[in-house]
Structure formats: structure tokens, C-alpha cells
Design a binder for this molecule. Structure first.
Ligand code: CP
Length: 323
């Protein structure tokens, strides 16, 4: 593939290859001097119509450490605020000769739409989906898988629970396309009001289990809990359960942290960020020794270096490693 729109763009070899290259990039990240010449002369535009701290800055750092020229454009600071269409905006950027557009957009399917326009009109620019509405966030799932493998070893047979506002979560949608393929036993936990309709057939197809009982899942013993952010900005119709009820039923509270650790002292905690401390995750859990939140952020740079490498310096994302 020359675009990365969904985790499903990666076959099993490509998925493994991206994770292997990320480990090599992580070594670079820990050097005093982090510059690789790999993408010298290449230009990457970060085009963000939705706010971001982690994804945008890590893509920018990843590009810079690989010697690409990286430029950031936000929706508010672009001519989109004057009414320019998405199609005109991306065709304008591509016409400057950029090699890749890393795009975040509030509409599900936006990155796929842009890639389709480019493919139809023979534009060579690659599109990387940095989060599209509630659809997918593929590099988040790749960095989650990478972080979990680094701590837990191979994920085959590992029990991973993804917990929270599943309905609005592109992180969930990308992770269930990656983690089961790496052999993990994934259980997705949410209150019935925050579980998307039709998820049962989807769970059967992609190989994950469903639950609405977080205590039962924690008590059964898990290797990792991935807490999702409650996305109140996507809840125009109101939030049910109430925030208090949510925390009581589905928050990683101090008591649940104690049970998690008692059942499995090696269990780890992930959260893609930004966190709603006190809502879906207690400060004690966010800052626990078993929390991988900052490891995820660190891995985000290495994984995005890997993805940029495979898309721009290699022959697309194919099996292979850095020479
Ligand atoms: N996890 C994540 O996508 O964070 P940002 O919104 O800060 O990029």
C-alpha cells in the first residue's frame, strides 16, 4: 500500500514488518543525536482539522528525525476557515509536490476519500490517516501493539481488555484489527449505551469478545487494560450513564487497580491519551508503575518513523527491514 488509512491495509507480514522497524527506530530515538538521512528531500504535511498533542507532534518529530521537511497546517489556520472544500485543500497541498499528507479529520472516512481522489487523478502523494472521526486511528493501534509487546513479550495468548466509550472510539476500531491478529485474546468492555450497534457480528468476524461487566473481566485476570477516553465532544445527545455512574461502573478506580494487580501482579495499563483523570482513570492508575501511558507516547515517535520509512523510503509497506 502507498497509503495507510486503516490497520486492514497491512497484511500480517506488513504488520510485523512495521513493528520490527519501529524497534530499530526506537534505538535511534534513544541516541544522543537522532538524525537519520533516510527521508532527506522528502516533504510531509501534517494537516490537522481536529486538535492533537501526541499524534501531530510525534509525526512532526518522526519526520524531522528522518530528515524530511515537515510542515503543520491546522483547519483553523488554513483557508478551510474561509470555506475552501477538503478536496480543493488537499489538491492544493499535493500540487506543491509534497510526498505525504498526514491527516486528521472529524469525519469518518475522510482520509479514505482523499486517497481516492489522489488515486483517481494520478496524484502520487501518500495519505496517512491520523484519526478520522470515530472510524480509525491506525498508528495509535500500531504503537499500542508495539508498547504492549515491549512490556509483555509476544502477544499470543495475552489477555487484553479494551474498556470504555467504545461507540466513539477510533482507537478501539483500529486495535481490534491489530491485536487479535497478533494472537491476543481481546475483550471489549463498555456500558450497553456506549457499545456500537452491530458490534456482535463484528466481534465474531474479527475475533474479540464483548462484556458489560468490567469487574468480572478484571477478576478473571488480564495482562493489560486499555482504558479509552470518554469522548464527550462527540456526545451531542447527552452522556448516559452520568459521569459519576460511569466511573462507578467502568472507571479504573483505585479499588479496581488493586484487584487488577492482585489477580496479576504483571498486569499493565494503557490509555491513548488525552486522559480524563477521575472519570475513566484514577490518578493512582494513570501514574502507577504499571501504567504504560508515557511508554505509548514514546513508542508513537518510533512507530511513526517506521510508517514513514515504509511508505516513503521503502517500496511501500512490504516485509523487509532497514538495510
Ligand atoms: N492519542 C491521540 O491521538 O492523542 P492526540 O489527540 O493528542 O493526538
Amino acid at each position: 500500500t502507498r497509503h495507510l488509512l486503516s490497520v486492514s491495509d497491512l497484511d500480517d507480514d506488513a504488520l510485523r514488518s512495521v513493528l520490527t522497524t519501529a524497534a530499530q527506530m526506537h534505538d535511534v530515538q534513544h541516541r544522543a543525536v537522532k538524525k537519520l538521512p533516510t527521508l532527506r528531500g522528502r516533504t510531509v504535511i501534517n494537516l490537522f482539522f481536529e486538535d492533537s498533542t501526541r499524534t501531530r507532534s510525534s509525526f512532526e518529530i518522526a519526520g524531522k528525525w528522518m530528515s524530511a521537511d515537515t510542515i503543520n497546517i491546522t483547519g483553523k489556520g488554513s483557508s478551510a476557515s474561509k470555506g475552501e472544500s477538503l478536496r480543493d485543500t488537499v489538491r492544493t497541498i499535493a500540487a506543491m509536490g509534497v510526498d505525504a499528507i498526514v491527516m486528521r479529520h472529524q469525519a469518518s472516512g475522510a482520509a479514505q476519500q482523499v486517497a481516492g481522489w489522489f488515486d483517481e487523478s494520478g496524484v502520487a502523494t501518500s495519505v496517512l490517516n491520523a484519526g478520522d472521526g470515530t472510524h480509525e486511528h491506525p498508528t495509535q493501534a500500531l504503537l499500542d501493539a508495539y508498547t504492549l509487546e515491549q512490556r509483555l513479550g509476544p502477544l499470543a495468548g495475552k489477555r487484553i481488555a479494551i474498556v470504555g466509550d467504545v461507540t466513539h472510539s477510533r482507537v478501539f476500531r483500529s486495535n481490534v484489527l491489530a491485536l487479535p491478529r497478533l494472537g491476543a485474546h481481546v475483550t471489549v468492555v463498555a456500558p450497553p449505551t456506549l457499545m456500537p450497534s452491530g458490534v456482535a457480528s463484528w466481534a465474531a468476524a474479527d475475533g474479540f469478545a464483548l462484556s458489560d461487566d468490567l469487574d468480572e473481566v478484571i477478576d478473571s485476570g488480564v495482562d493489560a487494560l486499555m482504558m479509552l477516553r470518554v469522548q464527550r465532544e462527540r456526545m451531542a445527545g447527552g452522556f448516559f450513564p452520568t459521569p459519576r455512574e460511569y466511573t462507578v461502573g467502568y472507571g479504573l478506580t483505585r479499588d479496581r487497580l488493586a484487584t487488577l494487580t492482585r489477580r496479576n501482579p504483571e498486569a499493565v495499563i494503557c490509555h491513548p491519551g488525552p486522559m480524563n483523570r477521575g472519570l475513566e482513570i484514577a490518578a493512582d492508575a494513570a501514574d502507577a508503575a504499571s501504567s504504560l501511558v508515557l511508554d505509548q507516547v514514546s513508542a508513537g515517535v518510533a512507530v511513526r518513523m517506521s510508517v514513514l520509512y515504509h511508505l516513503l523510503a521503502s517500496d511501500g509497506i512490504v516485509e523487509g527491514s532497514l538495510a
